[in-house]
Structures are given as C-alpha cells and as structure tokens.
Design a protein around this ligand. Sequence first.
Ligand code: MF3
Ligand code: CO
Length: 248
Amino acid sequence: MIIIKSKQELELMREAGKVTALILRELEQFMKPGVATIEIDRFVEKTVKEHGMIAAEKGYCGYPASICVSVNDEVVHGIPSEDRILQDGDIVSVDLVVEHKGYMADAARTYGVGNISEKAKRLIETAERAFFEGMKYAKEGNRLSDISHAIQSVVEGEGFGVIRDFVGHGIGRDMHEDPQIPNHGKAGKGPRLQRGMTLAVEPMICEGDWEVDVLLDDWTAVTVDGGLSAHYENTVVITDGEPELLTL
Ligand code: MF3
Ligand code: CO
C-alpha cells in the first residue's frame, strides 16, 4: 500500500530534506586524498544532531554507521572506516537518511576526489541526468515505471549499466515504504502516481556489468567485474504539477 502524506507530514519531510541536502553539499570539502571515510561519518552524525534530527541509517537492520560511503566499485552500503583512505581519482557515493519528528528524507550523491577520469566523470553525470530524466515522468496520472524506463534509457544510452539488485522506494515514517522503484523496465506499468506520494528515486549505475556481490561485512555491495559505480538520489513529492524535490 502506498501511503499518501498529509500537508503536515510533507512539511516534516521537507525540513528533513533541507538538512539532508545541506549536509550532502557540505561533504564536498571532505573529498580530498588522505581523508578516512569515518571522518565523513563523524561529521554527518554531529551535524545532523546539531539540527536536532537523527541520522536514521544507524541501527537500521543493524547497520553500524550514520551514512553509507561507497568508493569506486562499491555500489551501495559501504561502511565508513578508519582504514579507508580516499585517494586521488576515487569516486565516492554518500547516502544519507535524515529523520525529523518521525519522518525521513533520503538522498545520495557521488563525488570525485582530486582528478578523476573522463569516464568516471561521465558516469557520475549520467546518474544525475538519468534521475532528472525520470523526473519528467514523475507526474500525477503517469505510471511508476515511466520513471524507471526513462532512467534506464539515459543510462544505457551512455553505454553504462543499471544495477538491478537495489531499487528506489517510497519513504515517509519508514525509510522503505511501498512502492519499490526499479531503475529499469518497460514504461506504462505499476501503480499510477498520485499527489502526496513520496518517493526516493535513486539510479545506481555502473561502468560495466550490473551483477553485484555483497562483501563479508554483509553490507558492502560491489560490482562483480570491478567496474566503477555511481549513485544519485533525491526524495520527491508527487504533486498536481512538477514534482517537488525535497533534498536538492
Ligand atoms: N539509504 C539507503 C537507501 O537509499 C538505505 C541504506 S540501508 C542502511 O535506501 F542500512 F544503511 F540504512
Ligand atoms: Co533510498
């Protein structure tokens, strides 16, 4: 069942979204060689608290940190670590969920460290462009998979792959609500979009093959072929007009 949010609920998600966006922007300063990924996690945890909110990934299904930090071939759910030191040329995906008075906002960005390859740049830009192409279909009356199909078309049009094992999702009181939102598929399927739906749309894409493995830490998902991966996510409200992006 897809939960339609009230005005009051949307207002709380909007506030959570603003803080999410602000923090993700501030993370640019950490994307330098020599930074340990745990430092990013500490900064986020502290800053979310200063806003009187909660970093909701911590403790979710036993997840041990306040953000997910996935470097290079890591797709999602990389665990911040003292030992993971950023290097020139790395690409780093950070995924953050902020909870405010019981309501969540979820967003992710991929950053470059120092000088990254042209292909890495194009991968990062493609994830973002695919999201915004998806937004052209995030309108009341359309079908959910219209978004999925638009995302897939952009990604494959660049010769990149769409990760299948992880999907976008509804969001609100719970981090993951119905519906699931794949980043691939035929247009014209799934539920009709209605105003008041709140969706985390999140293309996760890769340079090569979309097959992923989960490491022995039980969280970190990596591409099987070792190719780079990028992630771009925002929490979106369906309205009677243009979608409202809460985490931009
Ligand atoms: N924020 C992720 C998403 O986009 C979920 C992370 S799982 C967690 O849906 F355990 F790290 F929280
Ligand atoms: Co998400």
